[in-house]
Ligand binder design. Structure first.
Ligand code: GRG
Length: 310
């Protein structure tokens, strides 16, 4: 691990983390109509000590495009709300059945299963309310809603999760499902993760661009950068599942092997997976060149994705 890239990310997180957390907290301080237990469960998971990678990407993309943090903050909150919902639902007994997340009991363990399902539902729907109400002008709010819905929906995150739950990437028969390109195991694994993990990382960047009046070229460069760090992020997630400990990552490790899941280390081996991630990050950094020094923060995130310890 390169201490300097982790340190540089920590500095970035110290700068943006408290601003993001305050913005998330303000938007979930829900009043009349929201039952106390539901609000507590939503805030318990949303405000738990995660890395805030996705909202940081939104703000840093806005910075790279010359936009303002204030204008991008509602979108940053919306992506973290969707992310938090996906983690709550992913941890449920019907899915990954996990007891620990972000170093704490998972939402259904801390509360109960029905409350956890509803907390996820609440965060998902609230994210779109935040975008629709707060992103101005309204046409831009609508564009952000459409982009986030596409990334979180059945053709991306939910679809990738559905395939993962069915073990389709591992080569189980997809029957006559025409949505599945006929391809190698490695292509299928990339296709799964491009939807399950990559799409949310990509849209986090795109929303930052949309809130900053980015040009089509800038949005395209953000997209290219996002695709590369998204895949590298998943590879390092798989590597951490093999190499790290529960104390460091704040969630159970060794799950993938236990469940016989197809992973990048399983397919390519540890060293080749790490090399592939390195290559992706080098390419991602090249995509930032047109932004010049304004994309330094995004460069820091890219290097952290490679070297991260949690
Ligand atoms: C339930 C519809 C639905 C989708 C779940 C995100 C997801 C899809 C599942 C999470 C399982 C998982 C470990 C995916 C790999 C990559 C990933 C999203 C890791 C968690 O993101 P981090 O590391 O988490 O950014 P923090 O807690 O730091 O925000």
């Amino acid at each position: 691990m390169t201490a300097s890239s982790v340190e540089a990310f920590r500095e970035l997180a110290q700068r943006w983390g408290p601003l993001i957390d305050a913005a998330l907290s303000a938007r979930t301080d829900l009043g009349e109509g929201c039952p106390t237990r539901l609000r507590e469960a939503m805030r318990y998971s949303l405000l738990a000590p995660g890395k805030r990678l996705r909202p940081m990407l939104t703000l840093l993309a806005a910075e790279a495009c010359g936009g303002s943090v204030d204008a991008a903050m509602p979108a940053a909150c919306a992506v973290e709300m969707v992310h938090a919902y996906s983690l709550i639902h992913d941890d449920l007994p019907a899915m990954d059945d996990d007891d620990l997340r972000r170093g704490r009991p998972t939402c259904h363990k801390q509360f109960d299963e029905a409350t956890a399902i509803l907390a996820g539902d609440g965060l998902l729907t609230l994210s779109f309310e935040v975008l629709a109400r707060e992103v101005q002008p309204p046409e831009r709010g609508a564009a952000c809603c459409a982009a986030l819905a596409r990334a979180a929906g059945p053709c991306n995150m939910v679809g990738g999760q559905a395939d993962d739950v069915c073990g389709l990437a591992a080569g189980e028969d997809a029957g006559n499902d025409e949505s599945k390109p006929q391809s190698s195991l490695s292509d299928r694994l990339v296709f799964l993760h491009r939807r399950k993990t990559g799409a949310m990382i990509g849209v986090s960047l795109r929303l930052g661009g949309l809130c900053s009046d980015a040009s089509a070229d800038q949005l395209d460069a953000l997209d290219q950068y996002g695709q590369r760090i998204g895949l590298a992020f998943q590879i390092t997630d798989d590597l951490l599942d093999v190499r790290s400990t529960q104390e460091i990552v704040g969630k159970r490790v060794g799950k993938d092997a236990e469940r016989g899941k197809l992973t990048f280390p399983g397919l390519l081996g540890l060293d080749q997976s790490a090399q592939h991630a390195e290559q992706l990050i080098a390419n991602a950094c090249r995509c930032l060149e047109p932004f010049g020094r304004r994309a330094e923060g995004l460069g820091t995130v890219a290097r952290y994705v490679l070297d991260r310890d949690r």
